[in-house]
Design a protein around this ligand. Structure first.
Ligand SMILES: Cc1cc2nc3c(=O)[nH]c(=O)nc-3n(C[C@H](O)[C@H](O)[C@H](O)COP(=O)(O)OP(=O)(O)OC[C@H]3O[C@@H](n4cnc5c(N)ncnc54)[C@H](O)[C@@H]3O)c2cc1C
Length: 316
């Protein structure tokens, strides 16, 4: 019996959300006294043994998997789970995995909990805490089926590396190509993927117009950050729609979210409230965003941002 963790990669390396899932799985494995097996489907994934740094005992690398659509990934996870006798299946949070988790749940006849924010408690059954109401509340849910499938919210656990390594072996799976065929994939402009970004510099209507965005882009470039915006900003075509974060846009979970001239409406907060640290710059001291901020600067963005830029220049 074991704990199985599915690992997603980007550019050949495991994504941060997947390292967090491995770290989570390692803690669950420790509590249950089970080994922790990571399964990786991308052939290009580098440094697989290093998944041991985050607590995996073994890594299974799937060879020649077809294009990673949700049904394909679900089948890989199911076959890996059966092979290693997984009692707990841990999945990282992503748009793809949102579709994968329920399929895996059905195929393994498992109890499923998504958006998990804390390690399970085992004193009275297997109970996990999950975020609800777009992160404004939590629910403790008991999972009673023999197999449990959990998706772990980004930033819910820290992924701190150690020196341990894992053994890597290949896993042969028989998976048919998806019935849904991807014809073409276009990467969004910008080098840093917004959902995966460690730092996000985001701006709202307080910027007054698209002509002022170079200020936001320059700050983002200096910090190695992705840029984002509020919904009205993309609705007015000041910025592209794929930068819009919030309830109806992208959900981000960076270590640092810098909000410039954004009021902090509940629909915006729904997309950013799992950020580790939130810094808000707004000229209105009553702006609702300050209630969710770790650090707030009451001031005009056109005065504060150049000062921030200068200050970062001194230390970076
Ligand atoms: C169903 C629904 C879904 C929605 N989904 C989303 C969503 O996904 N994402 C989203 O963002 N919104 C969403 N909204 C819209 C949301 O309710 C807000 O209207 C929107 O987030 C406000 O954007 P904003 O903060 O950029 O603009 P505003 O509300 O106009 O706020 C601008 C802020 O900038 C400040 N400001 C102005 N000038 C300066 C200056 N010079 N220096 C510093 N600060 C300044 C102001 O004090 C103000 O707080 C949704 C709304 C609905 C009804």
């Amino acid at each position: 019996m074991s704990v199985l963790v599915y690992v997603e990669t980007e550019g050949g390396s495991p994504k941060k959300s997947s390292l967090e899932a491995v770290a989570y799985g390692a803690e669950v494995g420790k509590s249950l006294g089970k080994k922790v097996v990571a399964v990786v489907a991308e052939n290009s994934a580098a440094q697989l043994a290093a998944l041991g740094n985050y607590g995996a005992t073994e890594v299974l690398q799937v060879q020649n998997a077809p294009a990673l659509q949700s049904d394909v990934v679900a089948e890989i996870v199911v076959q890996a789970a059966k092979k290693v006798g997984a009692e707990v299946v841990v999945l990282p949070k992503s748009t793809l995995i949102d579709a994968v988790a329920p399929i895996v749940g059905v195929k393994l006849e498992a109890s499923v909990a998504s958006n998990v924010i804390a390690l399970p408690t085992l004193s009275n059954g297997f109970v996990v805490r999950k975020g609800v109401f777009t992160g404004k509340g939590f629910a403790d849910v008991q999972l009673s089926n023999a197999v449990k499938v959990l998706t772990v919210k980004k930033n819910a656990v820290a992924a701190t590396p150690s020196n341990a390594t894992a053994t890597v072996s290949t896993l042969d799976v028989t998976v048919a190509a998806s019935a849904v065929a991807v014809k073409e994939t276009h990467k969004q402009s910008g080098d840093i993927s917004l959902p995966e970004a460690d730092i996000v510099v985001s701006a709202g209507r307080g910027l007054k117009g698209p002509e002022h965005w170079s200020m936001v882009e320059d700050l983002a470039k200096m910090l190695g950050a992705a840029t984002a915006c509020s919904k009205p900003v993309s609705d007015m075509d000041w910025r592209p729609h794929h930068e819009h974060v919030g309830q109806t846009g992208i959900k981000v979970s960076p270590n640092l979210y810098i909000a410039l001239g954004i009021s902090g409406a509940i629909q915006h907060l729904a997309g950013v409230n799992s950020s580790k640290v939130i810094v808000v710059v707004n000229k209105d001291p009553e702006a609702p965003f300050f209630k969710s901020a770790d650090y707030g600067i009451v001031g005009d963005v056109f005065e504060v941002v150049p000062k921030l830029h200068e200050a970062f220049k001194q230390i970076l």
